[in-house]
Design a protein around this ligand. Structure first.
Ligand code: NAP
Length: 316
């Protein structure tokens, strides 16, 4: 194991809006942050097209382009990047925090965790094989590919309602499939879906398999009715899985306080975790809002919390 030999002020783990914003603030505070941005840096915005709700871009901006700008801004003030995936993290309560990448070991006096979240998957046959060939986890990203074609959205929360409303603008028809008769989604978003003439609602049906046609693209979704077991293959060109997200806390979940779903717990109104010197930001913490702007805002908070922590403690 090779050690970089130096103890950093701040290590940030995660290359999405939260991590880059934390890096901008920490770098401007002359803390020379070291950011582990991952091999596929940019986070979920790398899979997004137009971002129209981020203030400051009145004409909208493409998700990947926005992440390039975030990164450039962090770099301008002296952030250093490791463009690789972190293999292991070792956290302490108020001591030295460590990150391991391959044979390299990196140490720091504070750490900001910003690993984000990823879409939850159904775990059924065909889901991964047909990903990008009709099966998607992002209606907003891929809806426009299914112009005048039959589509399906799976899920019963606000994400499913939002995807259904968005995708229906392009699709010839859309079936919203949910495993129970009751929806978790807010009333207003349910009503929008119910009133949409292109959308039909199908409950209680459970997706069992995504089926490919001869061309290797999605042709149908096999559904099983939850109450009587009837099976039906529903022909669609596009199917959107919108069943929530899973926080990417696996590298730290046995070392730090997390909730039942694996989101890292922070003190109310702060980014402090239960370990002194370790802060958590962005979708890794946020069940609810999960927006680029809220992630960026928490990145700012994380950097300030880390800056104050470093100021108030003396290190050798
Ligand atoms: P969510 O509220 O957790 O809903 C997930 C849905 O997926 C549930 O209906 C769940 O069914 C279903 N599901 C989970 N696992 C499944 C499986 N294996 N097979 C079939 N169905 C499955 O997640 P979300 O919709 O992503 O929303 C997350 C948070 O973001 C919420 O607080 C939401 O309000 C917020 N949000 C807000 C907006 C907005 O206001 N514009 C948009 C998107 C998200 P059950 O109900 O049966 O458990």
């Amino acid at each position: 194991m090779e050690s970089s030999g130096k103890t950093e002020n701040i290590i940030i783990v995660g290359g999405g809006p939260a991590g880059y914003t934390a890096a901008i603030y920490a770098a401007r505070a002359e803390l020379e942050p070291l950011l582990f941005e991952g091999f596929e840096w940019g986070g979920q915005l790398q899979n997004t097209t137009d971002v129209e709700n981020y203030p400051g871009f009145p004409e909208g901006i493409m998700g990947p382009e926005m992440m390039v700008k975030f990164r450039e801004q962090a770099e301008r003030f002296g952030t250093r990047f490791v463009t690789d995936d972190v293999d292991r993290i070792e956290l302490t309560d108020g001591g030295i925090q460590k990150v391991f990448v391959g044979d390299e070991e990196y140490s720091s006096n504070s750490m900001i965790l910003a690993m984000g979240a990823e879409p939850r998957r159904l775990g059924i046959p065909g889901e991964m094989e047909l990903s990008g060939r009709g099966v998607s986890t992002c209606g907003v990203c891929d809806g426009a590919f299914f112009k005048d074609r039959p589509t399906m959205v799976i899920g019963g929360g606000d994400s499913a309602m939002e995807d259904a409303t968005f995708v229906s603008k392009f699709a010839s028809s859309l079936e919203l499939v949910h495993r129970r008769d009751e929806f978790r989604a807010s009333m207003i978003m349910q009503e929008r879906v119910q009133e949409n003439p292109k959308i039909s609602i199908r409950t209680p049906w459970i997706p069992e398999e995504f089926l490919a046609g001869e061309d290797g693209a999605l042709e149908a979704v096999r559904l099983r009715r939850a109450d009587n077991g009837v099976v039906e293959d529903v022909p669609v060109a596009g199917a959107f899985v919108a069943i929530g997200h899973i926080p990417r806390s696996e590298l730290v979940s046995d070392q730090i306080a997390t909730d039942d779903e694996g989101y890292v717990k922070t003190d109310p109104g702060s980014t402090r975790t239960d370990l002194a010197g370790v802060f958590a930001i962005g979708d890794l913490v946020d069940h609810t809002y999960r927006q680029a702007i809220t992630a960026a805002g928490s990145g700012c908070q994380g950097a300030l919390d880390a800056e104050w922590y470093l100021r108030d403690h003396s290190f050798e």
